[in-house]
Design a protein around this ligand. Structure first.
Ligand code: PEP
Ligand code: MN
Length: 282
């Protein structure tokens, strides 16, 4: 199907969905995104061995297979915690081997990609880098799946065009992630564009997931938005969870506590079942 808002039919020729059944999924060591409802969870940033292991325990105990955690944090303020970098990557590698979790972590720079790809099962390109076309091209030459977050001020079309860069460079394993966009609203960190996620999903064959944590920026509101995403029929969610949100070094205000996360996961699975997305949970 040609995206309704598209003016130039060629700019999305690789990401476009050609027929209702045209869908792709990515599979990492037996667990998929795009086939059933996927949950990716973990802290905003890897802060210490203790924090990382405790977060991985919570995620594993809920039956979630994909673990997120940033080692290089693209912070708006230079003075904010920038991540543990090499040590963070090493700790993520430890989580991968100890818990068997699939690691989703960010790559901010083309030069860093090979080192990150040694540990990461899925390479995340963050909102601030969605327009970094040289990085998208290098990601397109990687053998790893790419989780492409929507730029905070990008239209759905610009987001899909960014994905097209990755596919055109040779990597068809792309997951799109809606993480909230900038609007006039100040009550929330961003505005969750669930409509945009649903439109992206219906116009492309790529899996689309929703990150309610960065969208709203307030932990109390995250479960409601995650449930809305699950009920909408998207392919999954990415949620920040921290063993002790009050002492988090980044994004603690939007992180779920272990108890909140444990209560939410079964609700998401039920809603995904109702919206026909369940069969396989990961
Ligand atoms: C993240 O998910 O780690 C992150 C920094 O989010 P975003 O790129 O959406 O701001
Ligand atoms: Mn964060």
């Amino acid at each position: 199907m040609l995206a309704r808002w598209e003016t130039n039919g060629d700019s999305l020729k690789l990401v476009r969905r050609d027929s209702p059944g045209h869908r792709t999924s990515i599979t990492v060591r037996g667990d998929s995104i795009g086939c059933g409802f996927a949950i990716i969870a973990g802290p905003c940033a890897v802060e210490s061995r203790d924090q990382d292991m405790r977060a991985a325990e919570v995620v594993t105990a809920c039956g979630v297979k994909f673990f997120r955690g940033g080692e290089f944090k693209p912070r708006t303020s230079h003075y904010a915690f920038q991540g543990l970098r090499d040590e963070g990557l090493r700790l993520l590698g430890e989580v991968r081997s100890k818990f068997g979790l699939r690691i989703v972590t960010g790559v901010m720079d083309a030069e860093l990609l090979p080192a990150v790809a040694e540990v990461a099962d899925v390479l995340q390109i963050g909102s601030r880098n969605m327009h970094n076309y040289p990085l998208l091209e290098v990601a397109g030459r990687s053998a790893r799946p790419i989780l492409l977050k929507r730029g905070m001020s990008a239209t759905v079309q610009e987001w899909l065009q960014a994905a097209e860069y990755v596919l055109l460079a040779g990597n068809a394993q792309v997951v799109l992630c809606e993480r909230g966009i900038r609007t006039f609203e100040t009550m929330t960190r961003n505005t969750l564009d669930l409509a945009g996620a649903v439109m992206a999903q219906s116009n492309t064959h790529l899996p689309v997931i929703v990150d309610p944590s960065h969208a709203v920026g307030v932990a109390d509101a995250v479960p409601a938005l995650a449930r809305a995403a699950a009920a909408s029929g998207v392919d999954g969610v990415m949620i920040e969870v921290h063993p002790a949100p009050e002492s988090a070094l980044s994004d603690g205000q939007q992180a779920l506590s272990p108890e909140e996360f444990r209560a939410l996961v079964p609700q998401l699975r039920q809603l995904a079942d109702l919206s026909g997305r369940a069969k396989e949970h990961s």
